[in-house]
Design a protein around this ligand. Structure first.
Ligand code: ADP
Length: 196
């Protein structure tokens, strides 16, 4: 199963993707976490990515695609993956389709988390006080929302046109209840069976 968790910054993609991946027994691959790890390790990619991430922009497609492609080559990814924060642009989605095709796979499911802007703002500013992420500022969020609407929202259209199953999930409310809502949607779609 190849799943994508999709949604604006602060929509809870990371939280929900990590929980759902555990339930499905597949790795959670979070592009933002991988990039932050590159920054922490002061790699060439991290040095290039940091100023872009801090300003709320997008790291160039070719760099992110190469990073994800290498991750998909690891053995644990053969049984399926849950991608979070990738693809974030239509070119990335097209390149993912190619990467999966060479592996005889395709995106099976898109989980689209829906959260209003006011709530996103509250969450990100709260996260700023607890996690200290250098991009979690009012200006950083404003820029990330602009980039989300301009570059990332069209990714959903890409999958809609491809006929991929898309489940829209209300991302506001109790964290456990949202996870259950996602699992129910996956069961209804036949993406998972049984009691996972
Ligand atoms: P958020 O909760 O804001 O979506 P992420 O951890 O997913 O946080 O991403 C943080 C930042 O990492 C993004 O604002 C962007 O600069 C960079 N980034 C993450 N994924 C990608 C991607 N697929 N392509 C380009 N840049 C990315």
């Amino acid at each position: 199963m190849i799943g994508l968790v999709f949604g604006p910054p602060g929509s809870g993609k990371g939280t929900q993707a990590s929980r759902v991946a555990v339930r499905l027994g597949i790795p959670h691959i979070a592009a933002g976490d991988m990039l932050r790890s590159e920054v922490d390790h002061d790699t060439a990619l991290g040095r290039e990515a940091k100023p872009i991430m801090d300003a709320g922009g997008l790291v160039p497609d070719d760099l992110v695609v190469r990073m994800i492609n290498e991750r998909l080559n690891q053995t644990d990814a053969t049984k399926g993956v849950l991608l979070d924060g990738f693809p974030r642009t239509v070119p990335q989605a097209i390149m993912l389709d190619v990467m999966l095709k060479t592996r005889n796979a395709t995106v099976d499911e898109v989980i689209a988390l829906e959260v209003p802007d006011d709530e996103l703002k509250t969450r990100i500013l709260k996260r700023a006080t607890t996690e200290g992420r250098s991009d979690d500022t009012a200006e950083g969020l404003a820029q990330r929302l602009i980039v989300y609407r301009q570059d990332t929202a069209p990714v959903l259209e890409h999958y809609r046109e491809a006929g991929t199953r898309i489940d829209s999930i209300n991302g506001v409310g109790d964290i456990d209840a949202i996870t259950e809502g996602i699992m129910e949607a996956l069961k209804r779609g036949g993406v998972v069976v049984g009691t996972a």
